[in-house]
Design a protein around this ligand. Structure first.
Ligand SMILES: Cc1ncc(COP(=O)(O)O)c(C=O)c1O
Length: 430
């Protein structure tokens, strides 16, 4: 059955810079004017003047409040009375919850079961008595279908996470603030503005304003390598559904970008790049350990792109949007693991140990270097065979130490097989 929820593009005028500026006025006093901070780490690494727009310090710890509030604030009294409904894996839901509580509008938020607990708790805390959270389905698509059904049955207004002119013009206010804040420092608009991309709301909003008001700014959109849905849409000339996505970057792993967001992005000069999930993890750890910033994976996308994906010239003014900081503490173990693998410091092997006393000791003495560390060891004794397999994880000090480790392994008695990222067993480990 197809649900007849009118598409926003059919009912709302196309987004333009004036709509972004109107959104900025609406949001004054509601959204936090987040700091624009110099990044000593990235400035030193690139030679550019890199600044971070700290949307992780937003009242809901992501920029998502901007779009949600901008949409709900424009509803008529009748629409407000019927309430709003949305589906979100987390951050947008928090934005909607905060907007509902601020505007005293009732809302129902559908989240898939995979939504981290920290995000669910925050939705409840922000929405208070105005918001009901409904946990349903395994994927965002399940939650979205339920939200659409709800809207048809109850007359509530759907608040799309990205695919609506009002949502995206709200997100675009980030760019307005960046330019204002630079002007207050006596500086021109940035040479380069780097933003993360999921469904394309932030990118489309930023482009809507920048291309009319400051066309000289180079806007770069960054997608996770495991979910490059905007790149796929631009290549196909229309939004397409990605069959396989890596959901690690939970804010920005979107299977299909929006029709409205795609139309805006396709009509503007824009550079799109992707960053592997492992590189995002490396950046999350650097942000945490060096900069003292808790970024969620999507929040680290823009700066992660500075490592390789985006070329900036020394002396240029560069702004990266740190889009969100809702990271579940329990995820850091996986973040550390993925970062180590990406840096070439963590490797897995299947080692066939001769089933004789002293075999393990010899392996430790002859194969492991002084600074190599065993991080995983699972051994199954086989009484009916001459060898027994062990699954071994080894952390080495640097990528360059791998050839020597492989040489020592090849020379030692146990035979070994390296487990490559392409193998199904690897997916069990990571
Ligand atoms: C922290 C964060 N960054 C980036 C994105 C990407 O969003 P968009 O749909 O605006 O491209 C999201 C989406 O939820 C997010 O939560």
């Amino acid at each position: 059955m197809t649900l007849e929820v009118p598409h926003p593009a059919a009912t709302t005028p196309p987004p333009d810079a004036a709509a972004v500026e109107a959104a900025a006025r609406r949001l004054a006093g509601v959204a936090t004017r987040t700091p624009l901070q110099p990044s000593a780490r990235w400035s030193a690494a690139t030679g550019a003047r890199v600044r971070l727009k700290r949307e992780d310090l937003q009242v809901v710890r992501s920029y998502k409040l901007r779009g949600a509030y901008n949409l709900i604030a424009q509803l008529s009294a009748g629409e407000r009375a019927r309430g709003v409904v949305t589906a979100s894996a987390g951050n947008h839901a928090q934005g909607v919850a905060h907007a509902c509580a601020t505007l005293r509008v009732r809302g129902r938020v559908y989240v898939p079961r995979t939504t981290p607990r920290q995000k669910r708790d925050r939705i409840r805390a922000l929405g208070g008595e105005f918001v009901e959270t409904v946990v349903l389905g395994d994927t965002y698509d399940d939650a979205a279908a339920a939200a659409a059904r709800d809207a048809v049955e109850t007359g509530a207004t759907v608040v799309p996470a990205f695919d609506d002119p009002r949502t995206l013009t709200g997100q675009g206010t980030v760019a307005v603030e960046v330019v204002e804040q630079l002007a207050e420092l006596g500086e021109a608009p940035p040479d380069v503005l780097v933003v993360p991309v999921g469904g394309g709301g932030l990118l489309a909003g930023v482009l809507t304003w920048v291309r009319e008001r400051h066309p000289g700014v180079r806007v770069v959109g960054v997608e996770p390598a495991g979910a490059p849905s905007m790149a796929a849409a631009l290549a196909a000339g229309r939004p397409v559904r990605l069959e396989e996505v890596d959901s690690f970057v939970d804010g920005a792993s979107v299977r299909r970008v929006g029709d409205v967001t795609h139309a805006v992005v396709a009509g503007a000069p824009v550079e799109l790049v992707t960053v592997p999930e492992g590189a995002i993890c490396v950046e999350m750890l650097a942000m945490y350990q060096t900069d003292g910033i808790i970024a969620e994976p999507a929040g680290a996308l823009a700066t992660a792109a500075l490592a390789e994906a985006v070329r900036v010239e020394p002396g240029q003014s560069v702004v990266c949007v740190v889009s969100g900081g809702n990271n579940d503490l329990s995820r850091y173990a996986e973040v550390v693991e993925r970062a180590l693998v990406h840096e070439g410091r963590k490797h897995y092997f299947l080692v066939e140990f001769p089933q004789e006393p002293g075999a393990l000791r010899r392996f430790l003495d002859e194969v492991l270097g002084p600074d190599d560390d065993i991080t995983l060891f699972e051994y199954v004794k086989r009484s009916n065979r001459e060898t027994g397999p062990a699954l071994v994880g080894i952390e080495i000090p640097a990528r360059d130490d791998l050839p020597a480790l492989l040489e020592r392994m090849a020379a030692a008695p146990p035979s070994f097989e390296r487990i490559s990222a392409a193998e199904p067993l690897y997916r069990y480990l990571l």
